[in-house]
Design a protein around this ligand. Structure first.
Ligand code: NAD
Length: 451
């Protein structure tokens, strides 16, 4: 059955969700408050880099199933299924999530709802938010109790957003179990093609659905920080964290994925989500349960400072006057997202310590320039590496993984490379005479001298 859907917020999550819901055959209106974003979307352009999304967007604009607007009135008249996909960033100076944007959607939309409607939240929110928003929506809406708020957390990964939306590994729906309504039935129609594919569909209460998302992110962050803690121990012990990860990863209870040591996690989700989770646990009297996440966060942030120290070491003890090439600015490959990006953060710290830093990223330069205007940005790997005293690979783009020593030999000043993502072939670089340092492996320079 075709549904009429409005999606509020057309960022990484919302634009992808809107385009993919149209791809499933629904009629969709994407709503945002950012006119620049809307005019790009109108023109069939994705305002950020996400592989495969532009094709889906263009196809569905052309076939008339997908439109964009800034008008909540239009959305309320057009749709009876609404998705909230606005941001929930970290509050300034606090760990808690800033719910201003999510609240604004309800405050603006609900008073316009004169007929029955289901509002599905997709944004990542602290437990208890959905229930509060449901109460508020029923209060504000002329349709009163016929307006339902349910939660349908989103698990998409940037870089795989289209595939993850059209073929997720699970769908989770939280419904207000004290007020049985139509949310499950409506979700089943929206996602009927996915359910026919046999994708697991878990229906639960509102609180559990909100916690599923934050728990999943807390687990992933913990896995990354675990291997990064092992990297610290390996460096001290003269061991090799990559072999260690391969070996423990063969145990199916552990698994190899997300066990890549490096400069740690970043982006618009994991860092702020684990902090918001800790803050919320404190508010509901469960803070002790999540104190370990503070250490997960500490280990992660320590990766960045350790990388800066490492760079200082390889250039001879002081960064002042050195030239450093930074390859990678996005928080992960196949994305232009630089929110809380470890790569950019490290580039900034190195510059503050007196180095001249030249950054190249295949897609994230524009966003980087916006949040870090004082760094130098290069338009190619060669330009970034020209005259460099050390080359750092900080985001594992394929383009960087495929680099060969002969590509850079005659360009750099010193043949020194640091692999911040353990994504390069060590032997290739060492055999070509480069000084090669990876994460979680004792380098010749830092040869182990165990007590
Ligand atoms: P984003 O910043 O890219 O997009 C948010 C959009 O909401 C912006 O375009 C903004 O202009 C718009 N907006 C703000 N206020 C609005 C309003 N009142 N009405 C309509 N639009 C409004 O953020 P994002 O990365 O898409 O994340 C959105 C939510 O999804 C967050 O809660 C995030 O944690 C969650 N999430 C994101 C991802 C991801 O990979 N990016 C994955 C899963 C969950």
């Amino acid at each position: 059955m075709t549904c009429r859907i409005a999606v509020f917020g057309t960022g990484y999550l919302g634009a992808t969700h809107a385009a993919c819901m149209a791809e499933l055959g629904h009629e969709v209106l994407g709503v945002d408050v950012d006119p620049a974003k809307l005019s790009k979307l109108h023109a069939g352009e994705v305002p950020f880099y996400e592989p495969g999304l532009e094709e889906v967007l263009k196809r569905n604009i052309e076939n008339g199933r997908l439109r964009f607007s800034s008008s909540y009135e239009e959305a309320a008249q057009f749709a009876d299924v609404h998705f909230i996909g606005v941001g929930t960033p970290q509050k300034k100076g606090e760990f808690a999530a800033d719910l201003t944007y999510v609240d604004a959607v309800i405050e603006t939309l609900a008073p316009l709802l004169t007929t029955p409607a289901v509002i599905f939240g997709k944004s990542t929110v602290p437990v208890g938010t959905a229930e509060r928003l449901g109460r508020r929506a029923r209060q504000l809406a002329p349709a009163g109790d016929q307006v339902e708020v349910a939660w349908n957390p989103e698990f998409l990964r940037e870089g795989f957003a289209v595939k993850d939306t059209l073929h997720p590994d699970r769908l989770v729906l939280g419904v207000d179990q004290g007020r049985p309504g139509r949310a499950e039935e409506v979700a089943r129609s929206v996602y009927s093609q996915l359910l026919d594919e046999g994708i697991p569909f878990l229906v639960t209460d509102l609180a559990t659905s909100e916690l599923v998302k934050t728990a999943a992110n807390a687990f992933l962050a913990t896995k990354i920080s675990f291997i990064n803690a092992m990297a610290e121990v390996c460096e001290a012990a003269g061991a090799d964290v990559t072999v260690l990860a391969d070996a423990i990863g063969h145990d199916v209870r552990i698994g190899r994925r997300f066990l890549n040591a490096g400069i740690g996690f970043g982006g618009g989700c994991l860092p702020k989500d684990i902090r918001a989770f800790m803050a919320r646990a404190g508010e509901i009297g469960a803070d002790e349960a999540l104190t370990f996440l503070r250490e997960v966060d500490n280990i992660n942030m320590r990766r960045r400072t350790r990388m800066v120290e490492l760079v200082r070491e390889v250039v001879g003890g002081s960064l002042i006057g050195s030239r450093i090439a930074v390859l990678g600015a996005a928080f992960k490959p196949d994305s232009d997202d630089v929110r809380d990006s470890p790569a950019l953060n490290i580039a900034g710290q190195i510059q503050l310590q007196g180095a001249s830093v030249s950054v190249f990223d295949p897609k994230a330069i524009e966003n980087s320039r916006r949040i870090f205007p004082t760094l130098n940005y290069a338009s190619s790997v060669n330009e970034a590496c020209s005259g460099a005293d050390a080359v750092l690979v900080l985001t594992e783009w394929d383009q960087f993984k495929q680099l060969k020593p002969s590509d850079l030999d005659s360009i750099v000043r010193n043949t020194i490379i640091i692999d911040g993502r353990n994504c390069l072939d060590r032997d290739l670089w060492v055999d070509a005479g480069w000084e090669f340092t990876a994460v979680g492996v004792a380098s010749e320079r830092r040869a182990s001298t165990l007590p």
